[in-house]
Design a protein around this ligand. Structure first.
Ligand code: 4FV
Length: 275
């Protein structure tokens, strides 16, 4: 897949992409990333890419021309049908399904903002989509661009080796991931769920699905709402809820016992005082 990034800090991106599975995917040519720096598309002696905001206020705004010409240079270098995405806090939320859809595009151009953002006329007339990676304000679009490239590249055939798989991961089927364990079997006095050492793959798959359902119910009920559940999944989740409630009751009783133990001493104290 071809990806281009329009950014004032291409070296920051190059450095971050040269590691791990992404570095390998680049080496293997599974994904190709090119960089276009707006500063290379300036005309004034100061190579200005930003200016003060009309209407006053703090900070600076990215000028249209350097961004526009850098983007047009990128489009000229990319296959027809390539889509240009501006990364900003006011974009639509970038999610796993957004990454999956982008994998089928002939090319993706990511435009990384800086300062207060870009002149609106650039976004309005040169950009196809706006994405946000989350409801917080960053100092630039470079980190969001890296997030997008990572999430997309992982889904491309050839990026992940057989050992790694994008098939069984959070959000793959709209649920959070199940908990993972590895050797040693016991650490700090804590073991591994027995079913995982049972060799019973059907039971392991059932347990993992139940854990994904339960953890999604506990931590991201909005995802469960959006996804819905089969009858079998509802049964698994009800079982999980009962087990969770029993575990909580046990924990609460343990707390009471411990405090009672303390009381004991207090008792004694009390009794001591009473004596
Ligand atoms: C952002 C986000 C983000 C806003 C001003 C860059 C910054 C600066 N991008 N998801 N959240 N961008 O905060 O994507 O230009």
């Amino acid at each position: 897949m071809r990806i281009a990034v329009v950014s004032l800090f291409p070296s920051m991106l190059r450095a971050a992409l040269a590691h791990g599975v992404l570095g390998r995917a680049l080496d293997r040519g599974v994904v190709e990333v090119d960089y276009f720096d707006p500063r290379d598309h300036t005309v004034d002696v100061h190579r200005s890419v930003d200016d003060r905001p009309y209407g006053g206020g703090p900070g600076m705004v990215l000028k249209v021309e350097p961004l526009r010409d850098a983007l047009r240079a990128a489009r000229a270098a990319m296959p027809t049908g390539t889509r240009a995405v501006y990364l900003g806090a006011d974009g639509t939320r970038f999610e796993q399904q957004t990454a999956r859809a982008a994998c089928d595009w002939p090319g993706l151009i990511l435009v990384a903002g800086r300062y207060e953002g870009a002149d609106e006329r650039f976004v309005e007339h040169e950009i196809d989509e706006q994405w946000s990676i989350g409801d917080y304000v960053l100092s630039g679009g470079e980190l969001p661009a890296l997030v997008v490239i990572d999430a997309v590249a992982r889904l491309l055939p050839g990026t992940l080796g057989s050992a790694e798989s994008a098939v069984q991961e959070s959000f793959t089927d709209g649920l959070l991931d199940w908990p993972h364990y590895t050797r040693p079997a016991s650490v700090d006095g804590r073991g591994v769920p027995q079913v995982l050492a049972s060799g019973d793959h059907a039971a392991i798959a059932r347990w993992r699905l139940q854990q994904s359902l339960g953890r999604t119910w506990l931590r991201r009920p909005d995802l469960l709402e959006r996804r819905g559940m089969s009858t079998e999944e509802r049964t698994l989740l009800e079982e999980f809820k009962r087990a969770a409630a029993a575990a909580r009751r046990l924990e609460d009783s343990r707390v009471v016992d411990d405090s009672y133990g303390e009381g004991e001493s207090n008792e004694q104290d009390h009794s001591a005082t009473e004596r």
